[in-house]
Design a protein around this ligand. Sequence first.
Ligand code: URA
Length: 441
Amino acid sequence: MRMVDIIEKKRDGLELSADEIATMIAGYCQDEIPDYQMAAMLMAVYFRGMTDQEIAALTLAMARSGKMVDLSGVSGVKVDKHSTGGVADTTTLVLAPLVAAAGVPVAKMSGRGLGFTGGTIDKLESIPGFRTGLSSEEFIANLKRYNIAVTAQTPDITPADGKMYALRDVTGTVDSIPLIASSIMSKKIAAGADKIVLDVKAGSGAFMKNVGEAVKLAEAMVNIGKLVGRETIAVITSMAEPLGVSVGNSLEVEEALDILSGTVESEDLRHVCLALGSYMLVAANKAVDIKTAQAKLSELLLNGQALDKFKELVAAQGGNPGIVTRKSRLLKAAMVSVKTAESGYVIAVDTAAIGYSAMILGAGREYKGQKIDLGAGLVMKCRIGDYIRQGDVVAELYTNNSARIKEAADKVIQAVQLGGKAVVKPKLILGIVNANGVELY
Ligand code: URA
């Protein structure tokens, strides 16, 4: 089987067999297939697409390209959650301890931030001493003992995805639904969960800019789950504006702690966490329906058990659990307020631009491997639907790099669009995609 024949087949719009896909992925990982041939294949997939069977075969071949985590020794239904990425998307920091406190084992392998999106691993590293590089043995031992473990994904998990993602990044083939779906699902399958809850974001701060595109991506991933025997549910959520108010690593940990402590400023973030958590509880057979699950999770926030679980997670992974009660132990950079020169209703937010502003301040990476400032970022002081007056603070910027404040401040001001008429606040939960189909709200 020659790679050029497989490329030509896809170029001509024909369906590849599971064998052809497996041979291609194995050959690419062993450096028998060069980047230029894989780049041609990725572009052919970009234009021709893939059938559900092809996407499932690609996902499995990528998952099997490296280590497959075996969680069978951990009792209970293991439910993983994954977000397609957004701005102020602090859900994992709240959800992981909350759902673990409800009795669901949470085995989370997470990534780092890149571009306008943040990553859970960077956020956790803003907690002094917190170890994000657990060995497989530690990961499973912590999971058994505390019901929760969060670690950085290691290069031996889905190496095919690591290589292909780097190539997609430089060949204009990132935003292809078959390629995004297989990339995400291969990592989830290799990480060993029994069931998967996906948070598929739609809006100005997400890969998918509208609900239609987000539904297509969600359907592709739910179908993969169906074909490979891992039940998958996708919740479509809004990224029309930053989900929480804080963008940046230690700032987001603080916001998560506020929600876990019941001192809620970020109602939207709390709402999305409760929705995603409820689907996780039902998937794990810990609640009979979404309403019961939601009531159980709200109770765990109120009675302090979710916060205690966060404390336990921090201590178990070498961090200082004192940050839970004394947030001032987290790093924070110098603060500058950005004020608006106009008055009006906030009618839209360019959410990706807000993410980029936080990146400019030092909170995120322009390129892979770049060192970041864990105390940097910004806190939004307005939301869509609010009326703001000339001189009001739109956002607080935190940075140790004063040379870039003006650039970041200008970006924030441009990102917040004002108008003369009030608009309705965007809905947060936009729909559900599961094995039974699509339900939009
Ligand atoms: N996240 C991933 O893991 N892969 C993609 O291709 C896009 C987002």
